[in-house]
Design a binder for this molecule. Structure first.
Ligand code: FES
Length: 355
């Protein structure tokens, strides 16, 4: 479940001044393990200055491309992204967790759907994978992309998007927004936000004509577009979102203060058929962090409540989550939690990762 595989870097391509895409060589024997669906991500792990660093990056290619490639945008102060942009070399080995994620909808060549995506910055990565795969797989479907960036030269995959537009002239529409460059139109000069989303849906794409929405970018953009779509009556199941950007994983945690200084919860973890127990005494620590500290090898990636890798089911007791951007309401109702966000609220908590 948490097996990392050492894969060698096959190719590094500079996409923009601060973004590279990195392709990995997948040995024949691991082709099935690394098969993926459009919109999924992989988690990379390496040692930097003697410390383990792991980060998740969305695959930026279509499964039909027969390539395992991610885009890594350099984040100021970002250890892995800086390393990948400045030091990573072809032939280097990186430990890679097989593809995961649920940022996609099933495709079928017989479907005739209209898909609309709102992406900002590196949020284009999974959206590009989704868009390309849909256009190639569903000949009767169309795709509209609203894509926000600071300037023309920071637009990741611009050439590849233009190439797709040339191939799928009738079925792909792309609207670029620039926040630090005037585009000649006020509507497309600035960030994607709730007001612009409303204008786009009023003037360009009525929500009633859209079958699925994909939103990917920083939290503020993604959640504000989602809120606007929900306010316009778009069903929750039609809105798929993935959060990228600086806030992800660094969100201020709720303070779990307790009057009872004797706070203690006995936590039992079930994983791969084995059970493992430990005592939690810090109400601000997550179940995942406490388990890792106690030596458990549990699956996780973002630690920000976004990726869903740390999902598990509560079999006994109760737990509170700080944030949840990944689980659907029916999963929460069924007892699933994101362990990276969960804190026990009962003396005993039994969590099953195999459920
Ligand atoms: S590790 Fe990503 S949601 Fe918990």
């Amino acid at each position: 479940m948490t097996t990392f595989y050492p894969l060698s870097v096959k190719d590094i391509r500079r996409e923009t001044a601060d973004c590279v895409s990195v392709a990995f060589a997948v040995p024949e024997a691991l082709q099935g393990t690394f098969a993926f669906t459009q919109g999924q991500y992989i988690t990379l792990r390496t040692q930097l200055e003697g410390e383990e660093v792991r980060r998740s990056y969305s695959l930026c290619v279509s499964p039909l491309d027969n390539e395992l490639r991610v885009a890594i945008k350099e984040v100021p102060g970002g250890r892995f992204s800086t390393f990948a942009n400045q030091q990573l070399q072809i032939g280097d080995l990186v430990e890679v967790l097989p593809p995961e994620g649920r940022f996609f909808t099933p495709l079928d060549a017989k479907q005739a759907k209209h898909y609309v995506a709102f992406a900002a910055g590196s949020g284009i990565t999974p959206v590009f994978s989704i868009m390309k795969t849909i256009l190639e797989t569903e000949p009767h479907s169309r795709f509209t992309l609203f894509y926000g960036n600071q300037r023309t030269e920071t637009i990741i995959f611009r050439e590849a998007i233009e190439a797709l537009k040339n191939i799928y002239l009738q079925r792909l529409s792309v609207y670029y927004l620039l926040s630090k460059e005037h585009t000649g139109s006020d509507l497309f000069s600035g960030r994607i936000d709730r007001n612009r989303c409303r204008t786009f849906t009023e003037k360009l794409i009525p929500v009633s004509n859209v079958d699925e929405f994909f939103l990917c970018g920083p939290e503020e953009m993604t959640l504000s577009v989602r809120d606007e779509l929900r306010a316009q009556g778009v069903a929750r199941e039609k809105i798929h979102l993935e959060l990228f950007g600086t806030n992800t994983g660094k969100r201020k945690k709720k303070e779990h203060t307790t009057i009872d200084s004797d706070y203690a919860a006995e936590v039992s973890i079930q994983l791969d058929g084995n059970a493992f127990s430990f005592l939690m005494t810090d109400p601000n620590e997550s179940v995942l962090d406490a388990a890792l500290r106690n030596g458990a090898d549990l699956p996780f990636a973002c630690k920000g409540g976004v990726c869903c890798t740390c999902r598990a089911k509560v079999e006994e007791g109760k737990a509170d989550m700080d944030v949840n951007y990944a689980l659907e309401p029916d999963e929460v109702a069924a007892g699933f939690i994101l362990t990276c966000q969960a804190h026990p609220t009962t003396d005993k908590l039994v969590v099953n990762f195999d459920a």
